[in-house]
Design a protein around this ligand. Structure first.
Ligand code: SAH
Ligand code: MG
Length: 193
């Protein structure tokens, strides 16, 4: 298992795939363990790294994860197969803004296009249980620098503005208690009241 994780970290580095930073994923996995989270929805699978890490916390955890890039989707399926987690992780190949989900989630992890965070939150938060939590990654922007489709500085300015709007959106959302942590690339933790 551990060597599979290292293999994915290496692949992500070589292929410039913005997977979660080590301390960020550890922080989230600790939360999952401490709060006995079972049902997880992830927006932005990439190669399945964070989904596999989260599912590794407990064999009763199920992760539904959405990815729109076909190459990454295929790589994720490959990686999930290598660790025999097909039963624990369901990958949906589509744009998250087209996908309809069902059920109730304990945790929603938003880690896809940074310009769409408010839309993702509005689309998926109705499927979050009361007392459930939304984790939002990359609120400190550094991940953007490594994200090849978001690399031009013209875009970067717009994205910084978008993320600041999202941070304000979370702060002003009285249905949630949000705390911002400067762990990893900046993580928002929003608990549904
Ligand atoms: N959570 C992963 C990293 C995700 S990187 C990890 O830490 O291991 C962000 C991914 O979101 C990219 O692979 C990108 O293709 C995908 N993405 C961006 N916008 C999306 C959208 N609207 N719908 C689905 N996937 C999206
Ligand atoms: Mg991220």
């Amino acid at each position: 298992m551990d060597h599979r994780i290292l293999e994915m970290e290496e692949y992500a580095k070589v292929h410039h795939i913005p997977i979660m930073l080590k301390d960020g994923i550890e922080f989230m996995c600790d939360y999952i363990k401490d709060h006995q989270i079972k049902n997880i929805l992830e927006i932005g699978t990439a190669i399945g790294y964070s989904a596999i890490c989260m599912a590794s916390v407990d064999s009763n955890i199920h992760v539904t994860t959405i990815e729109r890039d076909e190459v990454r989707y295929c790589e994720a399926l490959l990686n999930i197969g290598k660790v025999n987690m097909e039963d624990q992780i369901t990958v949906m190949f589509d744009d998250a803004l087209n996908v309809t989900v069902s059920g109730e989630y304990d945790l929603i992890f938003i880690d896809a296009a940074k310009s769409q965070y408010i839309k993702f939150f509005e689309r998926f938060s109705p499927f979050l249980k009361k007392g459930g939590v939304v984790f939002s990654d990359n609120l400190d922007f550094h991940g953007l620098i490594h994200s090849e489709d978001e690399i031009s500085s013209k875009n970067l300015k717009g994205l910084v503005r978008k993320i600041n709007q999202y941070i304000d959106f979370l702060k002003n959302n009285s249905d949630y208690d949000t705390t911002f942590y400067s762990v990893g690339d900046g993580i928002g933790v929003s608990v549904k009241k």
